[in-house]
Design a protein around this ligand. Structure first.
Ligand SMILES: Nc1nc2c(c(=O)[nH]1)N(C=O)[C@@H](CNc1ccc(C(=O)N[C@@H](CCC(=O)O)C(=O)O)cc1)CN2
Ligand SMILES: Nc1nc2c(ncn2[C@@H]2O[C@H](COP(=O)(O)OP(=O)(O)OP(=O)(O)O)[C@@H](O)[C@H]2O)c(=O)[nH]1
Ligand SMILES: [Mg+2]
Length: 494
């Protein structure tokens, strides 16, 4: 489907509450479509005596009146809310259609009643409640935003870290869409030159030499790889990572969570088996969004096997294992006060996880006997089980010693040495990066075909395929499935 196909535009007028439910300063109900103004005028009573219809983009003060159900008629009309109303005539509106916004008092019942009043008044005008994402979909179909920007609005709204917001803002500004359009134009230019060569094979002047074609395609592959690579490096800054604290009972996992979170989030006692269900805390570690999860501790094998553990604790331990397997980073907390910190329960746990995702923390540095060197002993024990390369961070959750080193180690393991994203940095989201990878892969196949001396018409097909894949990113060409997947994830009123 071509996005600028006028047949996709509907003549229905849609209405929805645009602001979140709840008490607030202002609540907005939005109408979009040809009957927006006519519908609003039926229920809007202006304050100004000289009112003769909506002046474009001017805030009119007045009231929303619900037609009375009593036979006495409009004189008895009930006041629903005191509002400001504004009309944006097409095409200069958010959706590109006629838009009316009613700014009333925020409160879930008030705005719902304003909406109901409009829907009832506009029924015969084709006014109906909007579906999820329908305002944004109309804005997209009318060329007000490309698909990257539509997604960026949702990403900006959902951002829960400054880094994630910076990436979304750059996409919203349109830079990424323009970059993709630029790459696609370069591709189309190569295609045009190829077509000339196909149409006039004897005309050597117009012919693009295979080496020139290959170098043009090679440049595009490099550019696409760079962008898709940025997406995979930046994803963790936007989506965050799951960091799971696991280990033996009493090792100090809950104490560590509290120390990092800076609050007494989890219960800490000297009793083994204090934490029974997992506890999670979303925080920023050096700007990196992380979900830190404290889990129920593992006991020594014997206790597990005799079946003496109470069922609540057993379920807690089973959840710990599931979480450990899902973690982006598994922090194995060892009890440094014990003579042998890496014992049977720890080894058993490590047997079930990806060792590449493990960070070892040796806790209780404050109480270690100075003459022993548990760090060295632990390093040796880790060597035995293939974790010789793993960094061991020595901390004390009780005194805070080593916590900075721990934070930095976590950040480095999840994001490498990369600094936080800066405003203006281009990084596609997952959908966009996947499309870039598909286009790059098509172009790599094309390079092989050029090498193999395939005829230009065959090469042209691959160029066209790659170009169409790039067009999916901005939505210049987008299937109904792609559009539905994006707009259905939006809420009503967006
Ligand atoms: N009250 C209100 N605030 C809002 C929105 C809205 O719909 N209503 N928006 C909704 O998400 C965002 C702003 N997005 C908008 C995008 C374009 C236009 C608009 O009228 N564009 C016209 C004219 C621009 C001009 O020249 O003034 C156009 O594109 O032709 C309005 C809002 C955030 N704030
Ligand atoms: N001296 C010292 N004691 C600590 C340290 N960290 C934790 N503790 C103590 O160790 C005991 C257990 O701490 P928790 O944080 O509850 O341990 P846990 O790993 O969550 O234990 P479970 O929930 O039972 O699995 C408590 O008495 C803590 O005060 C530390 O760094 N130094
Ligand atoms: Mg605990």
């Amino acid at each position: 489907m071509r996005s600028n196909d006028a047949s996709n535009l509907t003549c229905e007028t849609i209405a929805a509450v645009a602001t979140p439910p709840g008490a607030g300063g202002v609540g907005i109900v939005r109408l979009s479509g040809p009957a927006a103004a006519a519908c609003a005028l039926r229920v809007f009573q202006p304050t100004a005596s000289g009112f003769s219809g909506f002046e474009p983009r001017y805030m009119h003060h007045g009231r929303i009146l619900a037609p009375s159900i009593s036979p006495a008629g409009a004189d008895n009309a009930r006041m629903v809310d005191e509002v400001l109303a504004v009309f944006f005539p097409a095409p200069h509106s958010f959706t590109g259609e006629d838009v009316v916004e009613i700014h009333g008092h925020s409160g879930p019942l008030v705005v719902a009643e304003v909406l109901r009043t409009l829907l009832a008044a506009g029924e015969d005008l084709g006014v109906r409640e909007a579906r999820c994402g329908e305002f944004s979909k109309r804005a997209f179909l009318n060329g007000k935003m490309d698909l990257v920007q539509v997604e960026a609005v949702a990403e900006a709204v959902a951002a829960d870290s400054p880094a994630g917001l910076a990436l979304a803002q750059t996409r919203l500004a349109g830079g990424l869409g323009r970059r993709v359009d630029d790459l696609r134009s370069r591709l189309e230019a190569l295609r045009t030159q190829l077509c000339v060569a196909v149409d006039f094979p004897e005309d050597e002047v117009e012919c693009l030499a295979p080496e020139e074609l290959a170098s043009g395609v090679g440049g595009l592959v490099e550019a696409l790889d760079a962008l898709a690579g940025a997406a995979s490096r930046r994803r963790v800054w936007e989506e965050g990572a799951l960091v799971v604290l696991a280990g033996r009972v009493n090792a100090g996992k809950s104490s560590l969570l509290n120390a990092v979170a800076g609050s007494e989030r989890a219960i800490v006692t000297d009793r083994a088996g204090t934490t029974r269900d997992f506890i999670e805390e979303r925080l920023l570690l050096d700007g990196l969004p992380v979900t830190l999860v404290d889990t129920a501790g593992l006991r020594a094998d014997g206790e597990l096997l005799t079946g003496e553990m109470d069922p609540v604790e057993a379920e807690g331990v089973s959840r710990s294992r599931t979480l450990a397997a899902r973690a982006d980073l598994l922090v194995l907390v060892l009890d440094g006060a014990r003579p042998e910190p890496l014992g049977a329960p720890e080894r058993e746990l490590l047997g079930h996880v990806d060792l590449g995702k493990v960070l070892v923390v040796l806790n209780k540095a404050d109480v270690r006997a100075p003459e022993t060197s548990p760090a060295a002993a632990v390093a040796e024990a880790l060597q035995d089980i293939g974790l010789g390369m793993v960094e061991i961070v020595s901390i004390s959750a009780a005194t805070g010693q080593g916590l900075d080193a721990f934070t930095q180690a976590v950040r480095r393991r999840l994001a490498g040495d990369d600094a936080a994203p800066r405003p203006g940095e281009l990084a596609p989201n997952l959908r966009q990066a996947r499309a870039m990878e598909r286009a790059a892969s098509e172009l790599r196949d094309l390079l092989a075909d050029i090498e193999a001396g395939f005829p230009y018409d065959v090469l042209g097909v691959r160029l066209e395929t790659a170009s169409d894949i790039l067009a999916e990113i901005t939505g210049a060409i987008a299937s109904e499935d792609v559009l539905n997947a994006i707009f259905d994830s939006f809420c009503i009123g967006k």
